[in-house]
Design a protein around this ligand. Structure first.
Ligand SMILES: Nc1nc(=O)c2c([nH]1)NC[C@@H]1CN(c3ccc(C(=O)N[C@@H](CCC(=O)O)C(=O)O)cc3)C=[N+]21
Ligand SMILES: [Mg+2]
Length: 332
């Protein structure tokens, strides 16, 4: 046998032996389907913890925490999200006020309402559901919410603190993703994380949480973190996603991530929310950015859509509202 053939043979037999030993050792995730990270169950655990703590405060004679949610216009998706938030308030024992303003509300009127609620001793958490109508400047709205009540973490003071590794209100979706990883025992320290999407409310803060130094107040993940975005050439996107031990996708393109783009055993967190028509039934359905069927055969862990990150976002908002109530973060 020539040297070359022998080498090839050895390599092949080594590979097949690995496959055999892996199969016999690894009975669950790897070679079988990915473990589905149940967002509804994790969110329930988180809400139950908040609920128990609130019951304690109320038993001591304190008023429960309060959340004020302002919605401008009647966007159907916003309505659904706000409904979920109010429902979670009821479940956890947070009192809530939902204020729906007409779509033609002036910026001046909205800003004065935000100021009124920011000044009210009855309100602990305050948020304006985004997006706001085009004639209103989103940045002004976010900055009008007092930092100590800014449970969305969208005020520039909270963004500044957060980016300086200080304790702050952190946006619920990225904070929720870290919570999924933590509660599912998925290590970030020294791992490769790839974040697809660089939005100010999700991709950017999530990349911060994954890459920054865990010794500081934000308790970040110490992962080697790559950010991909709309100008990452498609053929390069795959090179990056293939390196990921943790792959987070928040882009808004159904089916963007396919099985050939991921490494075996990767933890996939799908933040996409896309309403598409079901080919079989003709009805509208919710899907993420990940080809769930294909990728779940290769991944070690994967979040579904719906029932993944969405419910955890809502649960994290409850946690942030409790934090605001306890005045755990100081703003001087
Ligand atoms: N000021 C502000 N704060 C936000 O936190 C905020 C926002 N604006 N604007 C929009 C995004 C998106 N977001 C979601 C909340 C709940 C679900 C959720 O409950 N999703 C369910 C399905 C809901 C459905 O059926 O549409 C699930 O994934 O299972 C999703 C997304 C919060 N956001
Ligand atoms: Mg969000």
């Amino acid at each position: 046998m020539s040297r070359k053939i022998l080498q090839t043979f050895c390599r092949l037999s080594r590979k097949s032996m690995d496959a055999v030993s892996q199969k016999s050792i690894c009975t669950s995730s790897r070679l079988a389907a990915a473990k589905i990270l149940d967002g509804v169950a994790i969110a329930k655990d988180m809400k139950d913890e908040v609920k128990a703590e609130i019951e304690g405060f109320v038993a001591e004679g304190r008023r429960p925490p309060n959340l004020c949610v302002i919605q401008v216009g009647e966007d159907p998706a916003s309505k659904a999200y706000v409904t979920n938030k109010i429902k979670a308030c009821k479940y956890t024992g947070i009192t809530s006020e939902k204020i729906v303003l007409p779509v033609e509300t002036t910026e001046e009127h909205l800003l004065s309402l935000i100021k009124e609620k920011s000044d009210s001793d009855e309100v602990d958490g305050l948020l304006v559901q985004l997006p706001v109508p085009k004639h209103i400047t989103e940045r002004k709205v976010c900055n009008a919410v007092h930092p100590s009540k800014d449970v969305d973490g969208f005020n520039i003071i909270n963004i500044g603190k957060f980016c300086s590794d200080q304790k702050s209100f952190v946006p619920a979706t990225p904070a929720g993703v870290m919570e999924i990883l933590r509660r599912s025992g998925i290590e970030t320290f020294g791992k490769n994380a790839v974040v697809c999407g660089r939005s100010k409310n999700v991709g950017m803060p999530l990349a911060m949480l994954l890459h920054a130094d865990g010794v500081y107040e934000t308790k970040a993940g110490d992962a080697t973190t790559t950010i991909c975005h709309r100008y990452t050439p498609p053929e390069q996107l795959k090179l990056f996603t293939k390196t990921a031990d943790i792959l987070v996708v928040a882009v808004g393109i159904p089916g963007l991530i396919t099985a050939d783009m991921v490494k075996e055993g990767v933890a996939v967190i799908d933040i996409g929310i896309n309403r598409v028509k079901d080919e079989k039934t003709g009805k509208m359905k919710l899907v993420g950015d990940v080809d769930f069927e294909g990728v779940s055969k290769v991944a070690g862990h994967i979040t579904p859509v719906p029932g993944g990150v969405g419910p955890i976002t809502v649960a994290m908002l409850m946690k942030n509202t409790l934090t605001a109530y306890k005045k755990e973060i100081t703003f001087e």
